[in-house]
Design a protein around this ligand. Structure first.
Ligand code: NDP
Length: 326
């Protein structure tokens, strides 16, 4: 444990669009925010290629470039952006305590949680084996697709992410086989149409993944089963991509914050307030419905404004920065 305890007015946990937007607003409101980036600085958008639906970028922008710009914007107003992972919290008393990397202890007047969500996996032993080996299992086509140029790959999932990733892979790979467990997609019509119209994407409906096949080092194929006919087949592939949704990164808060069955933090409707006064939530950590960069940024802004109002009501020494126009 740490010898010294740091005190901060506003601690922001997470570095996606929600965290950085909260930081921009908090810094401009004299809250001197400290932002911990977590294990994936920039968050999920750093695993996305083109972002074409964020207002203000008529030509689109890559996810990583957008996150660099957001970080620079947060730092321009004085946000203290740090490396570090929150490993423990204690929200039982009046002072909210947070530990970073097991050692650094921070006492916070306000906390904005923007920890986002992480990719889910099927959980098959063979999938986990080749994932751990770095031998051909991935949950991020944009990160890893490059390694499978001119090869055959399989992707599982039927939502917008799976369609987006399958389409991305189709531009790099010889063939993409898409495994859809029901007889229809979950994805939006436009995304479905895109994959259905792509020549080198084959879609297998009613199909479950039975096993990721390999030679002990790398993936060589996928054994699948039609869940209507019971027929099994082996699909040759060097890469197996998983695009079946995400899990919110909120376990560290589970003893103190109310969450839903999946783990999304519950907020008071219309606000970013959690059940603990002074602790606010923004972005995908609380949003299982919209999950967009722009909605995450919007709730990041809300969280900073809610935190500022909380400080104004609870801390007589806190001066709202009236010179700042939001
Ligand atoms: P979703 O939850 O929307 O979809 C998950 C998909 O994975 C579903 O089709 C589901 O099947 C399938 N799935 C889940 N578990 C398994 C399993 N064990 N085996 C096989 N298939 C499985 O997640 P997404 O990540 O696709 O999207 C999340 C949100 O982000 C959505 O709101 C989406 O619209 C949005 N998004 C928007 C994009 C854009 O607009 N550019 C891009 C990407 C995401 P089933 O349908 O049978 O349940």
């Amino acid at each position: 444990m740490s010898d010294t305890i740091e005190k901060v007015k506003c601690l922001i946990i997470g570095s996606g669009p929600a965290g950085y937007t909260a930081a921009i607003y908090a810094a401009r409101a004299n809250m001197f925010p400290v932002l911990y980036q977590g294990t994936q600085p920039g968050g999920q958008l750093t695993t996305t290629n083109d972002v074409e639906n964020f207002p203000g970028y008529p030509q689109g922008i890559t996810g990583p470039a957008m996150m660099v710009e957001l970080q620079q914007q947060a730092e321009r107003f004085g946000t203290d952006v740090r490396d570090g992972w929150v490993t423990k919290v204690d929200f039982s008393g009046e002072t909210h305590k947070v530990w970073v990397n097991e050692t650094t202890e921070i006492h916070c007047d306000t906390i904005i949680i923007s920890t986002g969500a992480s990719a889910k996996y099927l959980g098959l032993p063979s999938e986990q084996k080749y994932l751990q080996l770095g031998g051909g299992v991935s949950a991020c086509a944009v990160c890893d697709g490059f390694f499978y140029r001119n090869q055959e790959v399989v992707i599982v999932g039927a939502g917008d992410s799976a369609c987006e990733e399958a389409h991305y892979l189709s531009k790099l790979c010889k063939k993409v086989t898409m495994l859809v467990r029901r007889d229809e997609f979950r994805a939006s019509q436009i995304m479905q149409t895109r994959v259905k119209n792509t020549q080198n994407i084959e879609i297998l409906y009613n199909t479950d993944t039975e096993e990721v096949l390999g030679d002990g080092q790398v993936v060589t194929g996928v054994r699948v089963k039609n869940n209507v006919t019971g027929k099994e087949q082996e699909i040759p592939a060097t890469g197996f991509f998983v695009a079946i949704g995400h899990k919110p990164n909120t376990d560290v808060f589970k003893d103190y914050l109310k969450r839903d069955a999946v783990g999304y933090i519950l907020n008071e409707p219309g606000t970013t307030r959690t059940n603990v006064p002074g602790v606010f939530v923004s972005g995908d950590a609380a949003d299982h419905v919209y999950r967009q960069a722009v909605t995450a940024a919007g709730t990041g802004c809300m969280a900073a404004l809610d935190a500022e109002r909380y400080l104004a009501a609870h801390d007589a020494s806190f001066q709202v920065n009236t010179a700042t126009n939001y």
